[in-house]
Design a protein around this ligand. Structure first.
Ligand code: AMP
Length: 521
């Protein structure tokens, strides 16, 4: 275990193994079972499981030659491409956990990840969506190696790393396999260490619940760097089942629909904003989408209307509520149409211990809304190198405080009712309010700031920043430019900036965000 990770108590780990929840395998096993079947389709590229396994072995050897060793962290910021799949499996094979950054992350986020993980390497595309990642890499200190998929400039080309496969030291099933980024937290993104054992459990349960088999074809519409499209069941769950993964350059119907028709895609996962776009497009599109047998909806609040609409126009819905920290609650295959539209599924494992508690931490009866706490075989026991935060985010006996508000139904389903954490869920992209406020407070013309969600018909929520000016009031454009210059990902830049004379306070003197939310026109 890498220092700074919180292991499961030995007795709990032993029970998970005994129960077969943890199978004692490592994630690279996913490429070993299905030989000549098609594993990956992307543009003109079609690769079998055997080819993927060969490429991963060669690339693992190349990373090893570069000096990357078991336990080293490697920041990976690649879009959904075959390079990402190769890199992921190479690092999983090597036991050097990839730190999965999202493609929109910029200097501020990557700099933080580099410092916090002491990553030895940073893997990037040359240019993605018009942005030159090599320029970003030049501004990041820490990682000894920058590896570029594409034209490398002064850095190491990814293509040069495919070496002769070598007999390398192997990771243990209890080792950290990968680091995911937390969406919902105070301050900066926390790092979520997922072990081979626990993540395999995660994707196996999710693949089984979705009834994935070798004939399934999964379209990765959302970023694979995100837990939802990576392992819920996503890319890795599909490979576990022996199915094929199809990558699309963008999730827009223009790119995705032709692929659904030509590859006979059976399963995909969408966030609500994308599902809205797809259902609209499906009504005029002439592409044949009839192969879709399951459309997952999740990542953000899903209205019953949208769930019904997706069910009618795209394919059977599966609601998915989950988090990179672990717990997954997904619709079982036999859910009634009513539950499919109104509930966010059921926790995947009977060993997921779910509590709904009031503010005092007392358990609430079925049907009452409170904060959702969870402990289980694939829910972490602590963030990486975050002792102080862990003391607040986890109970003394290891339950994770999700920050989500939920109620449980008599049928054991969860219905998500909001959240207590100070995060804006912008169409599935999580914007931590406190982090944005810190940036705003650094602006010379901002004395005080509070960021709150405002409802949005398309994204579900957008961000609104209330600011108290110091001197001349800043405009939205000033804030936009300022935050970009600070190297912040674009999705965190406030959608609206409202200048106010003062911020309302609660009786204990904290900013009254509830009032700001309710007063936002
Ligand atoms: P992430 O770790 O980025 O996947 O974000 C997890 C958070 O997204 C959860 O804690 C929820 O706040 C939110 N979330 C995920 N799925 C849903 C859903 N189906 N409905 C409402 N919120 C969701």
């Amino acid at each position: 275990m890498i220092p700074g990770c919180v292991p499961w108590p030995a007795e709990t780990a032993r029970r998970h193994r005994e129960l077969g929840l943890w199978t004692g395998q490592t994630l690279d096993v996913l490429l070993r079972a299905h030989g000549e079947r098609t594993a990956l389709v992307s543009g003109g590229v079609r690769r079998t499981y055997r080819e993927l396994a060969d490429r991963a072995a060669r690339l693992a050897a190349g990373f090893h030659d570069l000096g990357v060793r078991r336990g080293d962290r490697v920041i990976v910021q690649l879009p959904n491409t075959p390079d990402l799949i190769d890199t992921l499996f190479a690092l999983l094979t090597l036991g050097a956990p990839p730190v999965l950054a999202l493609p929109p992350h910029r200097r501020d986020e990557i700099g933080h990840l580099a410092a916090h993980t002491e990553a030895v390497a940073y893997v990037i595309p040359a240019v993605h969506q018009g942005f030159d990642h090599r320029e970003l890499a030049r501004e990041i200190s820490g990682p000894k190696h920058v590896v570029v998929a594409g034209e490398p400039g002064e850095f190491t080309p990814l293509s040069s790393l495919y070496a002769e496969p070598a007999d390398l030291e192997r990771p243990e099933p209890g080792d950290v396999a990968l680091f995911l980024l937390s969406g919902g937290t105070t301050g900066r993104s926390k790092l979520i260490p997922r072990t081979h054992d626990d993540y395999l459990c995660n994707l196996r349960l999710s693949a089984a619940n979705a009834r994935l088999g070798p004939d399934d074809v999964y379209l990765a519409a959302l970023p694979i760097a995100h837990n939802y499209a990576l392992g819920c069941p996503g890319v890795l769950g599909t490979l576990h089942a022996g199915g094929s993964v199809v990558l699309t350059p963008t999730p827009s119907p223009d790119d995705a629909f032709p692929l659904i028709e030509s590859e006979r895609v059976t399963v995909t996962g969408l966030v609500p904003s994308l599902a809205l776009l797809w259902t609209e497009a499906a009504s005029w599109s002439s592409y044949d989408l009839s192969s879709l047998r399951l459309v997952q909806l999740g990542g953000a609040s899903v209205s019953p209307e949208l769930a019904r609409d997706v069910g009618e126009r795209l394919g059977r819905v599966q609601q998915s509520f989950g988090m990179a920290e672990g717990l997954l609650s997904q619709s079982p295959p036999d859910d009634s149409p009513e539950l499919l539209a109104t509930a966010q599924g059921r926790p995947l494992s009977e060993h997921d211990e779910v509590r709904i508690v009031n503010e005092a931490g007392d358990d609430l009866p079925t049907g009452e809304v409170g904060e959702l706490l969870v402990r289980g075989p694939y829910t972490i026991r602590g963030y990486f190198r975050a002792e102080e935060h862990n003391a607040r985010a986890f109970t003394a006996d290891g339950f994770f405080r999700t920050g989500d508000l939920a109620r449980r139904t008599e049928t054991g389903h969860l219905v998500i009712c909001g959240r207590v954490k100070d995060v804006i869920n912008r169409g599935g992209d999580k914007v931590p309010a406190e982090e944005v406020e810190e940036h705003l407070l650094a602006h010379p013309h901002v004395r005080a700031a509070a960021v709150v969600p405002v409802p949005d018909p398309y994204l579900g929520e957008r961000t609104c920043a209330y600011v108290v000016a110091r001197g001349g009031p800043p405009t939205s454009r000033d804030i936009d430019t300022f935050m970009r210059e600070r190297g912040v990902a674009a999705y965190k830049i406030p959608d609206r900036v409202v200048v106010v004379p003062s911020l309302p306070l609660t009786p204990v003197g904290k900013v009254d965000k509830a009032r700001l939310r309710s007063e936002t026109p």
